[in-house]
Design a protein around this ligand. Sequence first.
Ligand SMILES: C[C@@](CO)(OP(=O)(O)O)[C@H](O)COP(=O)(O)OP(=O)(O)OC[C@H]1O[C@@H](n2ccc(N)nc2=O)[C@H](O)[C@@H]1O
Ligand SMILES: Nc1ncnc2c1ncn2[C@@H]1O[C@H](COP(=O)(O)OP(=O)(O)O)[C@@H](O)[C@H]1O
Length: 314
Amino acid sequence: MRSYSLIAPAKINLYLEIIGDRPDGYHELAMVMQSVSLADWVDLRANGIEQFRLSCDSPEIPADENNLAHKAAVLMAQRFPKAYAQFGGVDMTLHKRIPVGAGLAGGSTNAAAVLVGLDLMWGLGLTRMELQELAAELGSDVAFCIGGGTAIATGRGEQLDPLPSVDYLWVVLAKYRSLPISTAWAYKTYRQRFEGTYARDTDSLQQRLERVHAGPMVGAIAQRDGSKIPELLYNDFERVVFPDYPKVAALKQQLLDLGAAGALMSGSGSTVFGLAHSQARAEALTAALREQQPDPDLEIWVGQLIAKGIHLAP
Ligand SMILES: C[C@@](CO)(OP(=O)(O)O)[C@H](O)COP(=O)(O)OP(=O)(O)OC[C@H]1O[C@@H](n2ccc(N)nc2=O)[C@H](O)[C@@H]1O
Ligand SMILES: Nc1ncnc2c1ncn2[C@@H]1O[C@H](COP(=O)(O)OP(=O)(O)O)[C@@H](O)[C@H]1O
């Protein structure tokens, strides 16, 4: 086929623990990642020339070679030069719905969509594992975005172990448009403020990883215990973001006060999400939040936790 439309879902982190420094300057993580129904659309159209071109409906992100989707296409061309020479490049169109600097992996999921789309277009037949290995070269979260769903993510975030779906839960996502947070800033600040706190932990890294695998959040998901999951949400990044961005902390409290079953900041922020046990409750929560905060700067989406990553548009 000469063109593909792919749906690229955002992610949230149901659990995020920073468990150590790594020699490569990154951080060792123990996370539970979760795809949500809020998604971008990524259109790919073969252009018959050896060039990748990108356009995007959001002025907030680069529409050039700095875009992570463009970087994904260049990586595919480098790895599969024969296919590139045979099929040529693509025109990529990003229809952005996922906010930027939101802790929702908007850039990562666009890059994942380009990897999956070019694999299909060029007939490469790459396995999930091969796609994830390419993805990890582009960013720590890109590998998860390929298959999505619910998964434990360790290492830099690219080592994945699938978990049973929690698609029986609903989510309300809320973010101040004018308040993006840089992932690099969040990690740097965490290191400055808390360096040594994980080093003082007497458990070895292996023991800490095992503890997370055997931890209550993973247990609740494995047992399909939807009532426990909202109580077990956790994110270390709240420790650096909340003191510097009190509006984000207040938003989480507001979601809880309005009856969210649980609430948490996603990734390095600034999105805060609330969980609900039904669509009706999620919509009631959205309406109550909107009524309390008519501020147009506050964007709110209602959605579902979903069991898939990149997929073809219907
Ligand atoms: C925090 C998380 C949680 O899911 O998500 P976001 O809030 O960005 O969505 C991720 O770890 C973000 O992953 P991603 O956005 O792919 O990160 P990268 O591009 O690889 O790295 C961006 C920056 O974060 C730092 N980084 C990233 C991952 C990691 N395990 N340790 C780090 O220290 C890197 O040093 C770099 O400065
Ligand atoms: N396709 C893309 N979509 C979104 N952001 C992108 C993309 N390509 C590059 N970026 C850049 O990545 C940075 C943040 O990315 P994003 O994925 O939105 O944040 P987060 O890591 O918090 O989820 C921004 O500086 C943005 O300009």
